[in-house]
Ligand binder design. Structure first.
Ligand SMILES: [Zn+2]
Length: 394
């Protein structure tokens, strides 16, 4: 017992003494871990500050889909009916206008760290701490997850594996730093996006992404979500972003009026929230935004804070049969190579949750990984503008 207290004190002192330099040193090997549902998050910098586990605000915002806004001298964290403001001058946090009696957010050498327990509880998560594993797990009861015992076993295995990998890794060779070779110009980021699910092919695509340790972005139709809630949850659980693709997909209904359009988007987003707990502000409108989305619709999207993605590369997957997957793969390759050569650093690929696409997907991912592209899911805090209206506010 004494020892663990001492360890905490030492960590604290070290972080105080070393300030910002610690952030680099500790970035190498985390000593504490954060779990989310059944996952162990890949946070590089988890610290114990004031006897409380804290992580960079930006890191946790990313996994919990919390939008952050920085305005003069203050950072705003708004989610559902909660508004937290961190004031740089006073170093105080307020929640919905009332000052919080302690410091859930602290500035460490210019990086804001937030208490994981605090933000989790504010957002309706439960928190459990596994002391031996130095792991703080957050989870929601309305969201499928392992029980504590199963999770402990799971994390122990992961950590043992990590440790084993570190042991067998070559010790760092100490030699004078040589000038860093200019790295080969890195390849673009690629976003695989899947429209028209959820359906049984969504489940296959989800499994394929997992197999290749790749991330995707799914635009679901409200009309299919109600009958496929378990698939929606499974996709969210793997950390893929889910946005709405309208309720009906019927152009006559979706684009009938501004109100009809916004209603379709709001209802779809609401369903995502009900099933996953995520605020999904990115949407993809059926048939592409041009020429369907009118200035009035656009204005409403802005007011609600929606973002909208069309795509860079169209796989045209819907045109082909299961026996013509080669053509889908070729369309993706050609499109991605062209976009990469043109200097596009974030390439969005349009795919669908269909049989032929699920058959082509393994080869598409293999090719992208072999060529050195980074496959990513949509990150709200690094929003990329990609819409056929060329509108920079969406
Ligand atoms: Zn569609």
């Amino acid at each position: 017992m004494k020892r663990s207290v001492l360890a905490i004190c030492t960590t604290l002192m070290l972080s105080v003494v070393f300030g910002t330099t610690m952030s680099n040193a500790s970035a190498k090997k985390p000593t504490h871990y954060i779990g989310l549902h059944d996952r162990l998050l890949d946070f590089k910098d988890v610290r114990v500050i004031d006897n409380d586990m804290k992580v960079p605000l930006g890191d946790i915002a990313k996994v919990l889909y919390i939008p952050l806004e920085k305005e003069e001298g203050a950072t705003y964290i708004r989610k559902r009916d909660i508004e937290l403001i961190y004031d740089e001058t006073t170093k105080l946090t307020t929640k919905n206008g009332t000052q919080v009696g302690w410091s859930p957010i602290v500035d460490v050498g210019g990086t804001l760290f937030i208490s994981v327990k605090y933000i989790a509880r504010e957002l309706g998560f439960k928190v459990e701490y596994f002391q031996k594993l130095r792991t703080l797990r957050i989870y929601r009861d309305d969201y499928e997850h392992m029980n504590a015992e199963a999770y402990k076993t799971h994390v122990k295995k992961l950590l043992d594996k990590k440790q084993e990998a570190e042991k067998t890794a070559k010790p760092p060779v100490k030699k004078p730093a040589k000038p860093v070779k200019p790295a080969a110009k890195s390849k673009a980021n690629v976003y695989l996006t899947f429209d028209d699910g959820p359906n049984k092919f969504t489940a296959i695509n989800n499994a394929t992404l997992k197999k290749y340790d790749a991330q995707g972005t799914f635009f679901f139709l409200g009309k299919h979500m109600k009958n496929n809630e378990s698939i929606v949850k499974a996709v969210a659980k793997e950390g893929h972003y889910i946005g709405t693709h309208s309720m009906t997909h019927d152009a006559k209904k979706v684009y009938k009026s501004t109100k009809a359009f916004i209603d379709e988007m709001n209802e779809g987003t609401q369903l995502i929230h009900e099933m996953t707990g995520h605020d999904a502000k990115l949407l993809r409108v059926p048939y592409g935004s041009k020429p369907h989305v009118t200035p009035a619709m656009k204005k409403q999207l802005n007011q609600i804070g929606y973002k909208m993605w069309d795509w860079d590369v169209d796989s045209n997957d819907w045109k082909y049969t299961d026996k013509e997957t080669d053509q889908i793969i070729k369309n993706v390759r050609t499109g991605v190579e062209k976009a990469d050569k043109s200097g596009d650093r974030d390439i969005i690929i349009l795919l669908h949750d269909r049989s032929q696409t699920s058959k082509a997907l393994p080869q598409i991912i293999e090719w992208l990984q072999k060529e050195g592209y980074t496959i990513k899911t949509y990150e709200p805090e690094h929003h990329i503008i990609q819409n056929f209206l060329h509108d920079t506010t969406l």
